[in-house]
Design a protein around this ligand. Structure first.
Ligand SMILES: *Cc1c(COP(=O)(O)O)cnc(C)c1O
Length: 348
């Protein structure tokens, strides 16, 4: 594999002179800040948010670096991981010319982001058991394929993708391989973060939206070689993560351990829910899940979806997605919420 990052990057991005923000240009100590046209009289409410936030999220990155045993320069913090998906496309994919490759059924944002950026999408479906078909992927890429997106554990199927297959793909592909680990805390399989130093073309995405229970905050991470994070930081909007988001994220990373709550409660609810769903006559199949949701196949998915909705229960209808025919994706809720689902389905 001949990996040359600079030749993958769009020429306009390679030549980009990033926006230099007031707070980014300043170094050293000062007491009077008249550089950014902020309101020195403070905010019009009883908390003070009158100052722009740290554009490089220095404190937050230091904490994430410690927790994940990477260097702060290997971290990009985004307005959710959705921002990282979009920025990667804008850095690497020439609109109207380049392509990304995805393995459906998978997370819908990769395609939407590609469509927004006028980037074409090569689809290599997951094989039986929702496994990665590495050889088919390697055959399908062209010299214009810049990014391969894999999701592990995968949304909406719930399974983890084989670690060795993902590593083989990354080692054999001359473009960027993005592993979306939004659900990694729910899985037994470890993160691919440990492989970052060996694979210059690997990007690992994680988020505070799932295991950390902070979806409203909009904070996601992309971990990669410094060469790649440098580009992400150059193209991002200067103040992409708000000060309250940085502060609350830092507080969570200092105080909380998702492993405890996630392993003890959500994973055990998931297993309990999977067993009980499988006993119901209306259920055809419950797919094994390493995430905080279950993909469940019904004979009459649209009918089931409607009945649950009538009881005030919203699930995700994936029944029209190829390879997910008949399936609803049900997030694992609290014990009471899961009981409500089971009760509704039992009374049919
Ligand atoms: C939920 C989810 C995310 C999280 O996106 P955020 O923008 O960080 O909230 C990312 N990838 C997948 C596959 C998801 O399901």
């Amino acid at each position: 594999m001949a990996f040359d990052l600079d030749s993958l990057v769009r020429p306009n991005i390679r030549d980009l002179v990033p926006y230099s923000s007031a707070r980014g240009e300043f170094t050293g100590g000062a007491e009077i800040f008249l550089d950014a046209n902020e309101n020195s009289f403070g905010s019009l409410i009883d908390v003070d948010y009158s100052r722009y936030p740290d554009p490089l999220q220095t404190r937050l990155k230091r904490r994430i670096a410690d927790l994940n045993e990477v260097d702060p320069t290997n971290i990009f913090v985004g307005h959710g991981s959705d921002e990282a998906i979009d920025l990667l496309m804008r850095i690497f994919c020439e609109p109207g010319r380049d392509s990304i490759l995805i393995c459906p059924p998978t997370y819908g944002m990769y395609e939407v982001s590609a469509a927004i950026n006028d980037v074409s999408v090569i689809r290599v479906p997951l094989a039986d058991g929702f496994e990665l078909d590495t050889n088919a992927v390697l055959q399908a890429v062209t010299d214009r394929t810049k990014l391969i997106f894999l999701c592990s554990p995968n949304n909406p199927t719930g399974n983890s993708i084989g670690r060795e297959e993902m590593l083989r793909l990354a080692a054999s592909f001359a473009g960027i391989v993005v592993i979306d680990e939004a659900y990694i805390h729910f899985a037994k399989q470890p993160s691919l973060l440990s492989e970052l130093s060996d694979l210059p073309n690997l990007v690992v995405m994680q988020t505070l939206s799932k295991a950390w229970g902070l979806a409203a905050l909009r904070v996601g991470f992309a971990f990669a070689a410094t060469q790649i994070t440098r580009y992400l930081n150059a193209v991002k909007p200067p103040y992409n993560v708000s000060r309250p988001a940085q502060e609350i994220a830092l507080r969570a990373l200092n105080e909380a351990d998702p492993a405890r709550r996630v392993v003890a409660e959500i994973a055990s609810e998931r297993e309990k829910m999977a067993r009980r769903l499988a006993e119901l006559p209306v259920v055809r199949k419950v797919f094994r899940s390493d995430a905080n949701f279950l993909l469940v196949r019904f004979d009459e998915p649209n009918e089931i979806y409607r009945i649950l909705l009538e009881k005030g229960i919203v699930v995700r209808n994936r029944s029209s997605v190829a390879k997910c025919e008949g399936c609803l994706r049900i997030t694992v809720g609290t014990a009471a919420e899961n009981d409500a689902v089971l009760t509704a389905l039992r009374n049919l």
